[in-house]
Design a protein around this ligand. Structure first.
Ligand SMILES: [Zn+2]
Length: 486
């Protein structure tokens, strides 16, 4: 490599920042700030699913990837570039996560209190970015105008956070699962809401558990009329029915598909528990579930994997070491409620008539996702930071990668699911999702080698978004103890 005009050839990311082009509001979170950066001797996992490649070079200029490939002697170094020796480090594309939220369950859900979710407008965007998430599709909103403002603030460089792709408030039927959700009154209401939120700037839609087939059909048609897409976490409508109605994406996968529940009535949600008990009797490799997989693929319906949230409903999972990682980010009350629920799940599983149904569901879901992807289905990933608080923005997305590997994907395939596949669904593959010349410099730098040990995705050294290298520790420290509060 030809070293022409380098400002600083330093040990990894430690050398001092050069020319500052970024807004003052972002400076406290930035580790690498230079108009051009050269990453030398770096291992690259490019997001396409291809095996990791050692000793590569990446050149970043003006927020874009200029060059990505083997070391060459004639690759010019841009003027003013910072050259970073990345020996021992791995780079993969910024994660494109598809089931994210800016809200989190509020702690202290005592008897008679309403189930409420608080908007984490400060902590969620920072924790996402710190974990390497540079693009996130929210998958349902409880404070749509806050979500819109947060996106605008991020895009204007006023606050740190990922590139947000916003989804409307939930399109929920009756009964709605909580007071923060509107209850649809019929198909015309579904059309009205889709038109309204499209006009407000939402770029995707989320149908929810009690939406009826007629309402869902109306919402799909209205979204498509705007050239926008719609996903669903469904219950009253089964997967094959939703596919035939034209839905673009289904959240969570097999575990929430109610089509296998005996006696399920048309347009009625039979209840999550009944659905899981019916599923537990089936074989993922059997004709019924395989038939669903074929049908979804034939209708080009993507699936969003959310293994981290399912894992949190299995007894004694994830391991306590994972929980201790998130503890400092949580409001102490939120940590308390979350630990109480975790203990309750373990206790019930130990005493229940069907021990560890949650663990069985997790295994079946993993098998389903592997089969769906192997047969050509578009599998994407997200963390769904809801439930009882056991999954946090960003941390949960890293855990999702680990669980995809447990499910049987190679680390490179897991990263592909969590990068290029999301970009494909969003129609953004020209901008991001893989490491290639011409794309946005959205890159995660980790210490170690996730291709050998996927848990190394937790060792984030820097997260580049549009060529600016953020410091994960500073982002996390800036909202310490705030998750669950703001
Ligand atoms: Zn969700």
């Amino acid at each position: 490599m030809r070293h022409s005009m380098t400002v600083c050839i330093g040990a990894a990311l430690a050398c001092a920042a050069a020319a500052a082009q970024i807004p003052n509001s972002l400076k406290p979170f930035v580790k690498v700030d230079a108009p051009a950066v050269v990453m030398d001797h770096v291992r690259v996992i490019d997001g396409t699913g291809a095996p990791a490649r050692d000793d590569q070079t990446i050149v970043i200029e003006n927020g874009k990837i200029d060059y990505a490939g083997p070391q060459t002697s004639d690759q010019p170094i841009p003027a003013g570039a910072r050259v970073l020796d990345m020996t021992g480090r791995t780079v993969y594309p910024g994660l494109v996560m598809m089931h994210e939220h800016l809200f989190y369950p509020l702690p202290d859900r005592g008897p008679g209190l309403l189930p409420l979710y608080g908007e984490m407008a400060d902590s969620a965007p920072r924790l996402y970015l710190a974990a390497g998430v540079t693009a996130a599709r929210t998958a349902g909103s409880v404070e749509p105008y806050t979500d819109i403002s947060v996106k605008q603030l991020i895009d204007a460089g006023k606050i740190p956070g990922p590139k947000l792709f916003l989804t409307s408030p939930y399109l929920e039927g009756s009964p709605s699962i909580g007071p923060q959700l509107h209850t649809l009154t019929g198909p015309a209401d579904a059309t009205r809401l889709v038109n309204y939120w499209a006009a407000e700037g939402m770029t995707s839609f989320k149908a929810y558990m009690h939406i009826t087939p007629q309402e869902l059909k109306a919402a799909i048609d209205a979204a498509h009329a705007h050239g926008l897409k719609i996903t669903g976490h469904l219950c009253a409508v089964g997967f094959r029915e939703a596919a035939s109605l034209g839905i673009d994406n289904l959240e969570h996968g097999l575990v929430v598909d109610t089509e296998f529940t005996p006696g399920k009535q048309e347009g009625v949600c039979p209840g999550q528990r009944q659905g899981e008990e019916a599923l537990a009797k089936l074989d993922v490799e059997g004709p019924r579930i395989q038939g669903t997989i074929h049908d979804l693929i034939a209708h080009h319906v993507a699936i969003t994997s959310t293994l981290a949230i399912f894992e949190s409903f299995a007894p004694n999972l994830p391991p306590m070491s994972e929980e201790m990682r998130v503890r400092p980010s949580l409001l102490p009350d939120a940590w308390g409620s979350f630990m109480t629920t975790r203990a309750m799940i373990a206790e019930r599983a130990a005493q229940g008539p069907q021990p560890a149904l949650g663990a069985r569901m997790l295994r079946m879901e993993m098998q389903f996702e592997r089969d769906f992807a192997k047969q050509g289905g578009l599998l994407m990933a997200g963390c769904d930071p809801t439930g009882y608080g056991g999954v946090l923005a960003g941390f949960g997305d890293q855990r999702e990668l680990e669980l995809l590997v447990q499910a049987g994907f190679t680390p490179e395939q897991a990263i592909h699911v969590a990068t290029e596949n999301g970009a494909t669904w969003l129609g953004e593959t020209d901008r991001f999702g893989t490491i290639a010349a011409g794309k946005d410099a959205d890159l995660v730098v980790v210490t170690g080698n996730p291709a050998k040990n996927i848990a190394d995705v937790e060792k984030v050294d820097a997260v580049f978004k549009d060529g600016v290298g953020y410091d994960p520790e500073k982002l996390i420290a800036s909202v310490r103890g705030r998750m669950g509060l703001r």
